[in-house]
Design a protein. Structure first.
Length: 367
């Protein structure tokens, strides 16, 4: 098994990384070591980067890499060997609860932040052996209960790093929202998750897809059309409700995916254009109290389903990998706007959070 060191960007305080050197672990027959090739940065990483960190950790959970070293049992279990390109999911679950049995590893108590010590790539702290739990470093540890996806077709790692926002979009628009033929879908917010939700709705066969944004989102709204949107609405320049009613002939929308993080105002807008049968997926709603009543539209006269979104399933990650490796969707490449080396990890997080370079959608760190 490998011996040596790994340098990793270790988050030790808000907005402060230290580049620390860690021993590579002695592996058993059941675990492995990943040579990190690319790490996607999402809003959760930005949030962790900005807030108080009780214990140092190596963040980075949208990881793509090659197997550097692997035990014989792990190789058999995952069907991979040294040198194979893989995507390990961030969840490190128990594999024996009802959620794990259905591939919804995000609900396993072992991966849930509300249940004390958690095991997730990018979240588990460095005081837990062998410290290398996140992707912002040269190597990352893969325990026996890693959720593994082998990449069968050669695709650049920075392209594969789009898998997680795409998996979330598939989960939220299709599996949660029920986007399909005959449905009109509204996506509120043209960030990476919203744009991926628009793509997922198009692939699911939705009849009409509407994406909303603000005046500063013109480039993102243009990309939304390439990814499948039929209409885009600048809510600062147009009357949102009036425009949706115009597009839908007053019928409203059948599916809403709200990824604005705009709280109850944005949710009230969702409700105001909901059809008589509508599923509303809240992926960025925060924790404000929200009323389901809208002037002129009593909830008792509509069949409303409201869901909160939380991550993705194994099936949605598989679907995302399929789209990215098919070679049939070059439009997805427009999502990847910025790449940084590991030495510029702070710049990468600042850009992803809207405080660095302009025009960012999906930011990738390439160690």
């Amino acid at each position: 098994m490998m011996a040596g060191k790994s340098v990793a960007a270790t988050l030790v305080a808000p907005r402060h990384f230290e580049f620390r050197e860690y021993d590579l672990p002695e592996l058993s027959d059941d675990d492995a070591l990943l040579k990190v090739e690319a790490v996607g940065i999402c809003g959760a990483d930005v949030g962790t980067y900005r807030r108080d960190v009780p214990k140092p950790r190596i963040i980075g959970h949208e990881n793509v890499g090659t197997i550097a070293s692997i035990g014989k049992n792990a190789a058999k279990r995952w069907g991979v060997k040294e040198g194979d390109l893989v995507i390990p999911e961030e969840y490190i679950p128990c594999f024996h609860c009802k959620y794990c049995y259905s591939g919804r590893f995000r609900f396993c108590n072992q991966t849930d932040r509300g249940y004390g010590q958690i095991y997730r790539h990018g979240q588990t702290t460095v005081d837990v052996w062998p410290s290398l739990w996140g992707g912002l470093g040269e190597y990352m540890y893969l325990p026996a209960n890693t959720v593994m996806h082998k990449i069968e077709r050669p695709v650049p790692a920075h392209v594969l790093a789009l898998y997680l926002p795409l998996a979330d979009g598939i989960e939220w628009a299709y599996r949660y929202g029920g986007a399909q033929s005959g449905k009109t879908v509204l996506i509120q917010g043209p960030g990476q998750m919203g744009l991926c939700s628009a793509f997922a709705a198009r692939q699911a066969g939705a009849d009409c897809i509407i994406v909303t944004g603000m005046s500063g989102d013109s480039a993102r709204l243009e990309l939304a059309h390439k990814l499948g949107a039929d209409y885009t609405i600048d809510i600062e320049a147009e009357d949102f409700r009036e425009r949706v009613n115009e597009i839908t002939g007053g019928e409203g929308v059948d599916v809403v995916v709200n990824v604005t993080g705009g709280g109850k105002t944005a949710i009230a807008e969702s409700l105001s254009v909901a059809s008589k049968e509508c599923t509303i997926v809240l992926a960025g709603a925060g924790d404000e109290a929200v009323s389901l009543g809208v002037a002129g539209k009593q909830p008792s006269r509509r069949d409303l389903t409201v869901k909160t979104a939380n991550g993705h399933s194994y099936a949605s990650v598989n679907d995302a990998i399929g789209y990215l490796t098919s070679g049939k969707h070059p439009e997805l490449l427009g999502l990847g706007t910025h790449q940084y080396p590991l030495e510029q990890v702070k710049e990468a997080l600042d850009t992803a959070g809207g405080e660095g370079e302009l025009g960012a959608i999906h930011v990738t760190v390439v160690p």
